[in-house]
Design a protein around this ligand. Structure first.
Ligand code: FAD
Length: 450
């Protein structure tokens, strides 16, 4: 992420400003009294208390105002109006990733995807800060942000994902930067998604390469949906294009029969699907992607690498070294760190193998809000499965979609979660197209209105 400051850079900034680090407890002030420290320390701009109202009850600070954090903030207040909830995000407004593929093909406008954090906070009685979380001091229960330090009683980390370019053989930071700029993945922020919309609509013909990562990546169906939308755009624009869809997995990961049928039935002349393509390198100069067995040239591309938990999980020292996706070790039913019942990790950063999707994050957040409220009362509640719900656009004008709704169950023998009660609709139609938009609208209303 362009505006991410990692722990090392942040400490260097502190040193440059005057020679001291930030984590010493002496420089961290208590928001409950809202006093500025008597002495300005080296990085006083960040370590001084954030200028926010004095807390009026147990303070829950939430990092990340995505599908998880927004829902969490609202439902924590519903569970216990005495909670003093502070939600922070580095972005100034919310732009939805779900529905963005069909937005690229002009099936909804940008206003449909865009929502105000100010309104969400006003309507649901919590504080919103546009700030980046930088440092965590667990001993003093203090989070340092770009707006100052905030003391918490509970901390919820819901920062989403970051890309892991190392897993497609890209280790050089300059090459990674060039990839992020020239061939953005479009699975984490709207600048990338907008750049992809423009490149799809300006493409003049030739080979357009798209990739599907391995591992538990964000939104299983979305790379295949995006290929359908890209093909529909090229056809609408009368562009002679081939989409080479390189999948690092042995098969289409979800709604496989539906996508295979759609590729063959509508886009047989455009989409060429290839499975088990283990990407090992990207050669930017020659515009080629290398796999174990082959290399593939392209005129333009959208390169989606495998993902990992957002980097602050690692920067805060919470990543489990054994986790391939750098996730924290959390209680799989209660979501708190195994060694700290006051810090929770939710949404796409979680370590459970649930689908990394907005509906999963939102339904899970309602449950975790209850878990935290119960914990504050010295109680526990029964585990409740999150719910995954995902609509995928296949055709446009009118939008035709297919869908899946599923829950999860815990397998006591394998000690992991698996899908439960799966409702799969792989026959796309216009009614499901409208249902997908209504689903998103319903969740936007839930997150942004009271
Ligand atoms: C193209 C596409 C289509 C999709 N379609 C669907 C769909 O049909 N259905 C569905 O359910 N899901 C879908 N998803 C997936 C969905 O977008 C994600 O699963 C969802 O956004 C996860 O929510 P989250 O709150 O965990 O993370 P996010 O929504 O990414 O929110 C994390 C937030 O944390 C903030 N943040 C990160 N680090 C910091 C920091 N240090 N300080 C402050 N803020 C920070 C980020 O700015 C971000 O706003 C789709 C995704 C894409 C890209």
């Amino acid at each position: 992420m362009a505006n991410k400051i990692n722990r090392r850079q942040f400490l260097q900034t502190g040193i440059a400003l005057g020679g001291a680090g930030l984590t010493g407890q002496g420089v961290l002030a208590d928001n409950s009294v809202q006093k500025k420290p008597a002495t300005i320390v080296a990085s006083g701009r960040f370590s001084a208390p954030a200028a926010i109202p004095v807390k009026k009850g147990p303070r829950v600070v939430i990092v990340g105002a995505g599908w998880s954090g927004l829902t969490m903030a609202k439902y924590l207040k519903r569970q216990n109006p005495k909670f003093d909830v502070v939600l922070l995000d580095k972005n100034e407004q919310f732009v939805s990733c779900p529905i963005s593929n069909v937005w690229m093909a002009d099936q909804v406008n940008l206003e449909f995807l865009t929502h105000s954090y100010v309104e969400a906070a006003q309507n649901n009685d919590y504080l919103f800060l546009q700030a980046t979380a930088l440092e965590l001091d667990r001993d003093s229960k203090t989070l340092v942000t770009t707006l100052g330090s905030i003391r918490y009683d509970y901390l919820v980390l819901a920062p989403g994902i970051d890309y892991d370019y190392g897993r497609i053989g890209v280790e050089d930071p300059e090459q990674e930067y060039a990839l992020r700029m020239q061939y953005p993945a479009g699975f984490s922020n709207h600048s990338e998604i907008m750049a992809i919309k423009h490149k799809l609509n300006r493409f003049e013909g030739g080979t357009f390469l798209m990739t599907v990562p391995a591992g538990n990546y964000r939104c299983m169906a979305a790379p295949y949906e995006r290929a359908c939308m890209a093909a529909a755009i090229f056809r609408k624009n009368n562009v002679q294009a081939k989409i080479h869809l390189l999948d690092m997995n042995p098969d289409i990961r979800i709604k496989a029969d539906g996508f295979k049928k759609a590729f063959a039935q509508y886009y047989g002349d455009i989409i060429e699907y290839e499975s088990s393509a283990s990407i090992t390198a990207v050669n930017l100069q020659d515009k080629e992607i290398e796999t174990d067995f082959d290399s593939y040239g392209f005129d333009d591309a959208v390169i989606y690498p495998p993902v990992r938990a957002a980097s602050i999980i690692e920067d805060f020292g919470l990543s489990d070294p054994a986790s391939a996706q750098k996730e924290a070790s959390i209680d799989p039913f209660k979501y708190h760190l195994l060694d700290d019942e006051y810090i929770y990790v939710t949404g796409d950063s979680r370590s459970q193998p649930f689908s990394k999707s907005g509906n999963t994050a939102s339904s899970e957040a309602r449950y975790v809000a209850e878990v935290i409220a119960a914990h504050a009362n010295g109680k526990e509640i029964d585990w409740r499965s999150p719910q995954t719900m995902c609509f995928s656009g296949v055709r446009i004008d009118p939008l035709e979609s297919m869908s899946i709704i599923a829950f999860y169950q815990y397998d006591q023998v394998d000690k992991t979660f698996a899908f439960d009660r799966v409702h799969l609709m792989e026959q796309w139609n216009a009614r499901a197209g409208q249902a997908g938009l209504a689903w998103a609208e319903g969740l936007f209303r839930d997150m942004f209105y009271s």
